[in-house]
Design a protein around this ligand. Sequence first.
Ligand code: NAD
Length: 278
Amino acid sequence: MSSPQRTAIVTGSARGIGKAIALRLARDGYDVCINDIPANESGAQEVAKEIQEMGRKSCVAIADVSVYSEVESMIQKSVKELGHLNTMFDSTARLGDIAVANAGIAQVKALLDLTEADFERMFRINVFGVQNCYQAAAKQIISQNNASADHPCKLLAAASIVAFKPFALLSHYSASKWAVRGLTQAYAMEMAEHHITVNAYAPGIVGTAMWDAIDEELGKKAGRGKGETIAKYSGELIALGRVSVPEDVAKLVGFLASGDSDYITGQTQVVDGGIIMT
Ligand code: NAD
């Protein structure tokens, strides 16, 4: 008997952690919808091509996660392009099995310099973006009526270690990731009756374009050179002594997306090399 079709949508997956998650899920047998903003469309197309070369289906849905109507269109595009492929096995096929609300932004700014616009943009993308993805994906999954206790569907979102541990100059970013933890817990309670689990992952310091920008800004404020903040943190904050790579996070998401995590819900799982202990 063939295994059921499994589809995942990963937002912000043209690069960085999202890309690593998309490739990991494809390796684990998922067809994957790649999402990003227009500025990163070529990166999104490259990730989709890489997944197709692995023998899986993939499509690109350009959408700004902070706009609900665009998130809805993204999900519809994924359903149209990746759904109902294994018609013979349709009784078990699930569309939008997994939605990973990964897209996010960060900004280094002191409380005394923060503007309302900074705060609003952070929450628009990091919190409304997750809310939009959780809500639109949950509606799609519930309308399919094929999640079950034996095979729950899964909503996942990117939180951060800053939702557990304070970092100066990242206040509004931290607040947005605390909000993701809160949404994840509350929706896990609400979605249980629909056989949908809701979890988040909280990376520490991951070597991506986002972290390069944070490193540069923190460095400027502290009079340190490029890469020196990351080196300082690696020595002082990371018990395992190295900055993580996107694949470290993708391994956790691979687990949270798999059947091995079916009894886990409402958790924000830390994957930080031990920063939380230091
Ligand atoms: P990144 O900047 O390298 O990649 C993020 C991707 O999201 C980009 O391709 C970007 O274009 C996309 N994106 C941004 N706004 C979007 C929007 N409105 N709609 C759709 N796509 C959008 O970042 P990353 O380091 O890969 O981070 C991924 C997630 O992990 C983020 O939510 C981030 O907050 C979180 N995180 C990262 C780190 C880290 O150290 N890099 C640590 C903890 C948490």
